[in-house]
Design a protein around this ligand. Structure first.
Ligand code: TYD
Ligand code: MG
Length: 450
């Protein structure tokens, strides 16, 4: 029989016992695993299940439950699927509990039963939040526990709720698993038990998970493969907007976003977020450009700000907020090489307005324009919008959703649309469109002196 030890916090395995886990650095978390070599006896299983042909599977068995908000249902596809497990991850304080109370309330209003399980807050605290949100439905049931057993008993009851919120997975402990609350073995055990029960009873279980700043150990990444839908809530706690993103969806679109605004009475869905991030912009200052970015299926206009200043250190500084820093290095190198701009002696700071994080590669052209504009200290043309992915050789490539971006830019009445060459550009007024195939062509616009 082989023996081993596992860290109950990060799951690292060791052959010998040691006081400190050498992966996560925590003390006293190693526990013995009794039998590593135990194998499942294949002969002991009889064939009880047989393969089924694709044609025999009916799609009518899937039951979609409405959340009471058509926008949220559309965001997920067609609502929440009965028998699914959804994960909502986000930093502490971003608004997860607020959002879920509102979601559960909408769900109850559409005639279904809901239960809110909290392992973090007392009934009194939950009541205070509900009052603030104007929720006083007597069908809204709450349970404060840190033990999985009562939750499983409620699910197994005849009249079990159709939708259960678990806030949060880090505060629920299963008596059947070892390890500390919130550690890897507990989180895995609690999630897999909830997953099994949700499938058996055809109910929706929504699990909240906190993102920890120290490397996300025992966080949502561990759970992503165990659940059907993964949602992330992002946003700067100091500003009022929040963005809900889908990163995995087994039943619908997996790249949608929902923009929410935190008000004194809770979170409100922003119905048309296309220009939501554009408040109070000074179009006469240099280093600012607008980008038509796509997040999911939606074109969003985002402001990019760049500041290029003379550097005095040995190594020039590069700082990026809201975009990938490696992408910024790459774009600076392209501008140095293709447009012969002397960025090597300049400090560069780039920021996306309102702190939103965007990973659309078509932001490249907008970032380059903001950089050039700040470099020469000349504002980009008023009412202009940019998009296009920039290759290492300076070529500008069309991105996905070209048609949608063009349509939106035209609808929003931008007078200069600077975009890649594509088959769609001919459908729009020639005086508005500046389609480019190489970054060097930016020099035809007056903010680029070369
Ligand atoms: P909360 O939902 O508790 O965050 P999480 O569950 O992700 O930790 O909400 C956190 C913040 O939201 C808190 O700082 C107060 C603010 N808030 C409002 O601005 N308006 C409201 O109506 C509510 C309920 C909260
Ligand atoms: Mg909370």
């Amino acid at each position: 029989m082989k023996k081993g030890y596992v860290c109950s916090f990060c799951g690292a395995r060791f052959v010998k016992w040691q006081g400190q886990c050498s992966r996560c650095g925590r003390w006293g978390t190693l526990e013995e695993i009794k039998d590593l070599s135990k194998k499942d006896d294949l002969n002991s299983h009889q064939v009880e299940i047989a393969p089924i042909s694709l044609k025999e599977i009916s799609k009518d068995n899937i039951k979609f439950l409405s959340s009471g908000s058509s926008i949220f249902d559309h965001f997920l596809g067609r609502g929440m699927v009965a028998g699914s497990v959804i994960l909502l991850a986000g930093e502490p304080g971003v608004g997860k509990s607020t959002f879920l109370m509102q979601l559960l309330s909408g769900f109850i209003k559409s005639g279904l039963n809901g239960l809110y399980v909290s392992g973090e807050e007392s009934l009194y605290q939950l009541k205070l939040r509900a009052d603030r949100l104007g929720i006083c439905d007597d069908k809204f049931k709450l349970l404060c526990t840190q033990n999985l057993s009562p939750i499983i008993s409620i699910i197994r009851e005849k009249n079990s709720p159709d939708f259960i919120v678990i806030d949060s997975i880090q505060t629920i402990k299963s008596p059947e698993a070892s390890g500390i609350m919130g550690g890897v073995s507990q989180i895995k055990e609690v999630t897999s038990r909830l997953y099994e029960e949700a499938k058996k009873k055809d109910i929706v279980v929504l699990i909240v998970s906190h993102i920890t700043k120290d490397g996300q150990i025992a966080g949502p990444k561990l759970l992503e493969h165990m659940v059907d839908v993964v949602l992330y809530m992002e946003g700067d706690k100091l500003s009022s907007y929040r963005v809900l993103k889908i990163t995995k969806n087994r039943f619908g679109p997996s790249n949608n976003i929902l923009v929410l605004e935190m008000e004194t009475g809770g979170l409100k869905i922003v119905k048309d977020p296309s220009t939501f991030f554009l408040t109070s912009r000074d179009s006469t200052s240099s280093g600012s450009s607008l980008v038509m970015a796509m997040e999911g299926k939606r074109p969003l206009v985002i402001e990019i700000q760049a500041l290029v200043t003379k550097g005095f250190g040995q190594n020039p500084r590069r700082t990026a907020l809201g975009i990938d820093l490696n992408r910024l290095y790459l774009l600076i190198a392209i501008l140095e090489k293709r447009l012969a701009l002397r960025f090597y002696e300049m400090d560069v700071y780039v920021k996306i307005s309102a702190g939103i994080k965007i990973s659309d590669p078509a932001m490249d052209l907008g970032i380059c324009s903001a950089l050039i504009s700040s470099y020469f200290d000349i504002p980009v043309p008023d009412r202009s919008v940019f998009w296009g992915e920039v290759d290492l050789n300076g070529f500008i490539r069309p991105s996905f959703g070209e048609d949608k971006r063009l349509l939106q830019a035209n609808n929003l009445n931008f007078s200069k649309i600077i975009c890649p060459r594509s088959k769609y550009v001919d459908e729009y007024p020639k005086e508005k469109i500046h389609s480019l195939s190489n970054i060097k062509e930016l020099t035809s616009l007056q903010f680029c002196k070369k």
